[in-house]
Every structure is written in C-alpha cells, then in structure tokens.
Design a binder for this molecule. Sequence first.
Ligand code: SF4
Length: 295
Amino acid sequence: MSPVSDMGGREIRLESIERRSLVNRSRVEYGTWGINHVQGCSHGCLYCYACSEAKAHGRVRNYQEWCVPKVVGNAVEQIQRELARKRTPIDRVHLCFATDPFMWDSATGSAHPEIAGMTLEVMKSLNDQGIPVTVLTKGIYPELDLSGLHPDNQYGITAVSLGEEFHAAWETNTPSVFDRIEALRVLAEAGARTWVSVEPYPTPNIDPTASDVDALLNELEFVDKFIFGRLNYTLAVTQYLKNVDASFYARIAADVKAWCVMRDKPLHIKHRTPLYNPATKTILAVDFDYWNAVG
Ligand code: SF4
C-alpha cells in the first residue's frame, strides 16, 4: 500500500480490493468494452455519475467514501483470465468509465503513483494482446513511451470549462484544466491519437464562462476527436433551463458542431443533448469513417 490523501489533505493508506469480473460491456454509448481497476475517485467532482451509481449498488456508502480510492489488487491477473475466456472479439477497451485511471492527488500535486502504475500495467497487458485502449482522465498524463504501446491507443481528457470559479466549486481536487490540456498536447506532439470529452457541460448559472464554448474549444484545436454532452441530473441546471434559457444547450451544441465542421474534426454529441446523432456514437472505433457516417 502507498500513501494517498483524503479530501481534507490528510494522508491515508490506499486499500486494495479484489474483483471477479473486470472486462465488461460498456453502458456508455461511445464505448464497447470497459475496465475499472480502481473503485472510487479522489477527484470528487460534484457532478460525478459514477459516484451516484456506486452508492446505488452499495459499493460505497457516501460521497466521502467514494473519494477514498481502492485499487483492484488482482486486476492484471483477472483481466488475463477473462481475455482468455472471452469468445467475442474485443475491439478496444475504455479506461475508465467509473473512475479515473491517472487520478490526481491534490495534496501532493502529482498523480497517484500506485494508480498510474497499475493503469500502465493494464494498458500494456491489453496492448500486448493486440487490443488498443481509449483512455480518459481528468488528471495529468505521465510521460509515456509510445513506442511500447499500441499505435491505435487513443488518449483523452475531460475538459468542460476554463473557468476558475467552476473548477474550484465542482472539480476541486482535479488539476487545472490548462495543465490537463498541456499534458495532452505533449502526447499529441509525440504522435499519439487524442480526443476530448467536453461533458458534462455546465450552464452559465454554475459556470459564468459557459456561454462561450469556442474559447474552450480553441484551447483544444490540436485534438483529433471531440465528444460533447450536457450536464444532466443537476437541479441548478434544470432550474436554469426552466427559468432562464430553455434553448441554452441547443445553442451550445450548434456552436460546437459549427466549430468542429469548420476544422474537419470528428464530433459525437451525446444522447439527451440537442443535435444528438446516433450515427457518430462509434466515433472512437479505430477504423471509424466519420465523414461517411455523417453523410
Ligand atoms: S474524475 Fe470522473 S470518476 Fe472521478 S470524481 Fe470526477 S467524474 Fe467521477
């Protein structure tokens, strides 16, 4: 076990748990298969759906417990076992839909080494079997030796706002969005395939910068693929749409689409967001022909 910090900056020990099933079908529309080799996430984003799901399934009792991550100690062995048994071919695996594979420790100001190390082991064990991964983090990518990894891996970050006020209130324990973008830029310049999840996108009552999505997208111009989606299941958002501007997401989705079309960037707009297009939900397939899909 190695040290990790809780929400109050106190040092705690990282516990290990065991899982009997890790390689699972994705319930997120743009994924096919997914692995969560960590339970919980110290980022503690206030809008986290994975935390709500973990509570609903009795994996954690509350938000505080969710914010103390536990690694799956048998992850690599378990993944190898499951891959050997699977009859259906696995085209790619997403890391991760219900935790963060390069989780940031806000108390030390660095990635948590045990989690990053395990993520790299999981990536390599999949890549060694010819399976590429799609990675999504709100942390910072470490320096990666891309020559030892699958060339079709796709490296992504979540970036929904450049606003400091929103970051401090809703994503308190994540690194600055500018640092996330910079780490992704380093990978892009080294030749990696990149993508960004602009989801869950906030409304202006919780993020004063939300009306100007182009400012955020302009920081991401080097990225290959884009996914956009609204913030769901949040009272402040519902109230904004009801009382202030019902067409907010229609306008922002149109702005995102126009920005991407102008730059020839593949885009998927998620289910429940205006301009959703099911034809683009396989955007992260390696051989996905975007321009053929959108017609
Ligand atoms: S980074 Fe993702 S998994 Fe972690 S708390 Fe935030 S939304 Fe949840």
